[in-house]
Structure formats: structure tokens, C-alpha cells
Write a protein that binds this ligand. Structure first.
Ligand SMILES: Nc1ncnc2c1ncn2[C@@H]1O[C@H](COP(=O)(O)OP(=O)(O)OP(=O)(O)O)[C@@H](O)[C@H]1O
Ligand SMILES: [Mg+2]
Length: 263
């Protein structure tokens, strides 16, 4: 007898059109920042949900300014996502106190992902963005096995140290048959305050060659700009707080690009 294929459990979430993973092999490259701002950019035309699947370090509640809110419960005992800036949000950060560590093994992570995907009343959504933790572990695998994922947006910074981990993430998605929608290069440059020139923040590595080799398109480039970080820190991501800034406009352009690919 052959072993059951774990991908056979894949089931769509009723009412949810496109599940998009925001991922990177590497920590701290701006996945959550990109997820939050893309969610806001997409919500200008669509109904959007944002699932913070970073079980170990949920940062979406703080970035979206809803840290002290709690999900409601329906009479059928389903969780109601928190609504903020027009986005439906679910995160383990609503359920455990900030600063307390979650120490879970694989089976518990699988169960938590199951509940986030199935026991949350997402309602009708055009997009459900899933902010993944760094790495290529149980959370990523459980998402791939449980639901049909429309594709993954991979976030990277330009240098080779980041690329090593990005390659692993892309390899993982390809093994589990998740389409790579494209790459967002974050902290690609900064604008020199005096000369207004684009300056590299990190050494440029082999990212362009790698993307070409793999036929992966670059969805966009974001500069390092303190305003991006400050907006997240204040709980109002830049697309909401400064929609006319160049950086917010780039997020909006990337969202339009995704829309073209998926809609
Ligand atoms: N383009 C940018 N300009 C300025 N600051 C940025 C930019 N992108 C991200 N940051 C800041 O860098 C820090 C890390 O970003 P973020 O939390 O989004 O990364 P992450 O990849 O989700 O991290 P983790 O792996 O821990 O989940 C945050 O303080 C964020 O505000
Ligand atoms: Mg994050």
C-alpha cells in the first residue's frame, strides 16, 4: 500500500479567492512590512484578509495597530478576524500576550494553521495574504498541504547573504508546486539626502542573475526609508499613512502587478 499523499488534504477556504504567501527564507528582510503594505494596497480595489502565520514572532498586530484587540467568536464557535484599516486580520498575537514565547512542536503548528485557515470566519475575500515566518519549516509546509495557494511573493534584500536563504525558499515552493509570483527587492537602495542619488545600502549580489536563470520576475524594488519603519511602528503602514509617498506608490504598483497576474 502506498502512503497517503499529504497534499490530498488540500481544501479551498469557501469564499476566499486567492491565497498568496509572503515569504523569504531569511529573517528580518521585510516580509511583514511587505505583507501589511500590500494588503492595504490591494484593499483599495479588493476585499483583503491578512493572516499572520508567524507563530513564533507575530508582528502584524503591532504593524497594523490592533495589538490590544481580540477576535470575536460566532455562535458556531468560529473566530471572527479583527478588522483594521479595512483588512480582516488574524494572528496568534491576539491570543497570546506580547513578549511571551510560544514553544510548539510540528504537530501543534499544523493544528494552529488548520484553525487559522478553517476555524476563522474569513467571509468573502478576493485575497488572503499569509505572512510566513522565516525559513522553510512546518508552517510553510502545512500551508502548502492544507490549502491551494495561488502563489508566493518572495521578499529579499539585495546581498548574497540574503540570497542563500531566498534560494532555499524558492526551492521549497517549487517542490510543493506553489507558483512563484515574483520577488520584491526590499532595502534595494536609499536616497542620499544631499545628492538625491540612489545609493546601495547593501552590496549588490547575484540576485539579478539568479532571477534570470530561474525566470522569476522582479515585482518591484523598495528603498530603505525610515518612514517605512516608522509607519509600521506606529501601527499605520505607509500605504495608509502616506499613500502619496514614492514608497507607498511602489507598493501600490506591486499590488496592481499581482492583480494582473492573478485576477
Ligand atoms: N524598506 C524599509 N525601510 C525602512 N525600514 C524597513 C523597510 N522594510 C522593513 N523595515 C523595517 O525593518 C524591520 C524588519 O522588517 P519586518 O519585520 O517586516 O521583517 P520580517 O522579514 O517580517 O522579519 P521576521 O523574519 O522577523 O518576520 C522592521 O523594523 C521594519 O519596520
Ligand atoms: Mg515578519
Amino acid at each position: 500500500m502506498t502512503a497517503p499523499n499529504p497534499f490530498d488534504q488540500q481544501k479551498a477556504i469557501p469564499g476566499v479567492k486567492h491565497i498568496v504567501a509572503i515569504s523569504s527564507g531569511k529573517g528580518g528582510v521585510g516580509k511583514s512590512t511587505v505583507a501589511a503594505n500590500l494588503a492595504l494596497a490591494l484593499s483599495r480595489k479588493h476585499k483583503v484578509g491578512l493572516l499572520d502565520a508567524d507563530i513564533y514572532g507575530p508582528s502584524i498586530p503591532r504593524m497594523m495597530g490592533c495589538l490590544n484587540q481580540k477576535p470575536g467568536i460566532t455562535p458556531e464557535q468560529r473566530l471572527l478576524p479583527v478588522e483594521r484599516h479595512g483588512i480582516k486580520i488574524m494572528s496568534l498575537g491576539f491570543l497570546v500576550e506580547e513578549g511571551s514565547a510560544v514553544v510548539w512542536r510540528g504537530p501543534m503548528l499544523f493544528k494552529a494553521m488548520d484553525q487559522f485557515l478553517r476555524d476563522v470566519n474569513w467571509g468573502e475575500l478576493d485575497y488572503l495574504l499569509v505572512d510566513l515566518p522565516p525559513g522553510t519549516g512546518d508552517v510553510q509546509l502545512s500551508l502548502a498541504q492544507k490549502v491551494p495557494v495561488a502563489g508566493a511573493v518572495v521578499v529579499s534584500t539585495p546581498q548574497n547573504i540574503s540570497l542563500i536563504d531566498v534560494k532555499k525558499a524558492i526551492d521549497m515552493f517549487q517542490r510543493v508546486n506553489i507558483r512563484i509570483l515574483g520577488l520584491v527587492e526590499n532595502m534595494a537602495y536609499y536616497i542620499h539626502p544631499a545628492s538625491r542619488e540612489k545609493m546601495p545600502l547593501f552590496p549588490k549580489g547575484e540576485l539579478p542573475q539568479y532571477l534570470k536563470e530561474k525566470s522569476i520576475s522582479k515585482l518591484g524594488e523598495l528603498p530603505f526609508h525610515p518612514q517605512v519603519g516608522m509607519a509600521s511602528e506606529a501601527g499605520i503602514p505607509l500605504v495608509q499613512s502616506h499613500p502619496d509617498s514614492d514608497e507607498a506608490q511602489e507598493f501600490i504598483r506591486i499590488a496592481d502587478e499581482l492583480d494582473k497576474i492573478l485576477m
